[in-house]
Write a protein that binds this ligand. Structure first.
Ligand SMILES: NC(=O)c1ccc[n+]([C@@H]2O[C@H](COP(=O)([O-])OP(=O)(O)OC[C@H]3O[C@@H](n4cnc5c(N)ncnc54)[C@H](OP(=O)(O)O)[C@@H]3O)[C@@H](O)[C@H]2O)c1
Length: 239
């Protein structure tokens, strides 16, 4: 079943890791895809080749997002998305007392303000069309309010995504728009800290693969009855 034929998906951070795996799943379902990547032309080229081989329209560009103006610029380069996926979400390890103002700004901007800004930008057209799917990526164990010893800034921003998703639902569930958050457990992507992967192995917990997460993400995107949820995909493990 090609559920997403005629739909256009914009995947922020879609040229590697979880975003790329989900782009591929969406392509298998017939969606036209636009992927945004950070700085690797090789990642972009490989991703577009993979998506086009799946027989869908695929385009992409590089844009290092770092400010509101870069978001505006990026949105100006792409058609309105029916499906918005915010996959890029940089992580920085560090105890709370070591986080600088700059760390706080960068982590909160990329992991909360950026998804919020994108949602505010795409929602009016989705409301007009009375159809839209939005998928956000939280952090490991950010599906509920918890304390974190080495990732407070990142995890605080990621935990707040649930407010964002549930606010989208309040405003637009009746207009056919769905918004959910997936919180992956440690996932072995090309961007994951090698020490963290090693640590998981040493604890007898193999990391997830990007494809593991992407398959759950596709199920969520496909099912209109799932809305405003925050779904951990982490083997039930709390760090
Ligand atoms: N991996 C994990 O263990 C894990 C666990 C929990 C949650 N998550 C969350 O899951 C999501 C996906 O994670 P991920 O591991 O697949 O990788 P990621 O590093 O969050 O995303 C990689 C993608 O973002 C692009 N990118 C890099 N720098 C950028 C910038 N300055 N501006 C815009 N795009 C940029 C990359 O492009 P280039 O290839 O060109 O750099 C690539 O397309 C994130 O939100 C992350 O926080 C991941």
């Amino acid at each position: 079943m090609k559920d997403f034929c005629g739909r256009h998906a914009l995947i922020i951070g879609g040229t590697g890791g979880i975003g790329k795996a989900l782009a591929y799943e969406l392509a298998q379902k017939g969606a036209a895809i636009t992927v945004q990547g950070g700085s690797s032309q090789a990642h972009l080229d490989t991703t577009l080749k993979l998506l086009r081989a799946a027989g869908v329209q695929a385009q992409g560009f590089l844009c290092r997002l770092r400010s509101d103006s870069s978001v505006e610029q990026m949105l100006g380069r792409t058609a309105h998305p029916d499906i918005l996926v915010c996959a890029w979400g940089p992580f920085k390890r560090g105890a709370l007392e070591t986080m600088s103002a700059c760390d706080w700004h960068d982590l909160v901007w990329a992991n909360l303000s950026l998804p919020g800004t994108l949602i505010s930008a795409v929602l009016p057209e989705m409301l007009k069309r009375r159809w839209g799917r939005i998928l956000l990526f939280g952090g490991t164990n950010t599906d509920t309010i918890r304390g974190f010893t080495t990732s407070a800034a990142y995890s605080a921003a990621k935990t707040a995504l649930s407010v964002l998703a549930k606010s989208v639902v309040k405003q637009s569930a009746k207009a056919g728009i769905r918004c959910n958050v997936i919180c992956p457990g440690l996932t072995d992507t090309e961007y994951t800290d090698a020490d963290a992967v090693q640590y998981n192995h040493s604890q007898g917990v193999p990391p997830l693969s990007p494809e593991d997460i992407a398959r759950v993400a596709l199920t969520v995107l496909e099912n209109p009855h799932i809305n405003g949820t925050v779904i951990p995909v982490d083997h039930g493990l709390v760090l």
